[in-house]
Design a protein around this ligand. Sequence first.
Ligand code: VTB
Length: 346
Amino acid sequence: MENTLGLEIIEVVEQAAIASARWMGKGDKNTADQVAVEAMRERMNKIYMRGRIVIGEGERDEAPMLYIGEEVGICTREDAKNYCNPDELVEIDIAVDPCEGTNLVAYGQPGSMAVLAISEKGGLFNAPDFYMKKLAAPPAAKGKVDINKSATENLKILSECLDRGIEELVVVVMKRDRHNELIKEIREAGARVALITDGDVGAALSCAFAGTNIHALMGIGAAPEGVITAAAMRALGGHFQGQLIYDPEIVQTKEWANKTKEENLARLKEMGITDPDKVYDTHELASGQTVLFAATGITSGNLLQGVRFFSGGARTQSLVISTQSKTARFVDTIHMTNKPKSIQLH
Ligand code: VTB
């Protein structure tokens, strides 16, 4: 599955990022998202593959493009047998977030990315559109920190695993009312908190790379993005655990203001999730034999530089991770849309 796909998916995330970056700082998150979705879908549909969106923009009736269940790729056409080779006819599952951190793009803030994950059919957990409690940490702490432990306990473990004092640790937490107690606890334990407004995928991945000065991600974000994060963290050997959150009182968002805990539990049951409190690790969220992850920075963040436009073109930075080839590639691309006046080496 991997060979050419690994290269083509770079262009998929690149195109989404470039389209969205044109809307950076315009205060319009919906358009920043929409253009990324369109660009991602258009490029995906030029790939010789038989893909199905398992995590996307929402259910079919609420999202016109990249909705859950949408088939993408040239080999989904009826007569595909005539021009696709057997490899390309194998069904694959795709999880996308064309604009992770729409607010970050709209307000020109750091850390937004176009991201996706691919695996063979059934290789990615079909996460419901729920919230997820997440814990990410560097490979050295994998399997040692635990989402069931308190933040204080995990910080002690982290400090041992990373051989540094608790006060030298930086924990990323999303700035939300639901995290007020958590933030207080982390500070009281002596660690430092880096608050972000959005974009916990990039924050989680940053934990897997030494030199980012980010040592953990704690708190509650969205579940679908948790699966995409797990796909990358599995290959990187980083720690990632996720637990679905179904109680609106814990989540405290206006999106869930009219939902009840009982309704949410019933929804999970309907989806076949028998243990709603289960803690998932990377191998459960991204269980496929082959898992590919790709991301392109829209605005610059800890991990990736954002899109830079220049006369006649644009420059992007992407990250492609593969469980099969065991590689994490940083890809620096110059897109020559018109005749560029000059191309800089770095
Ligand atoms: C967003 C987004 C994050 O979680 O905040 C979302 O920026 C859900 O949280 O990157 P809210 O509904 O409280 O905003 C993420 O999408 C990813 O998990």
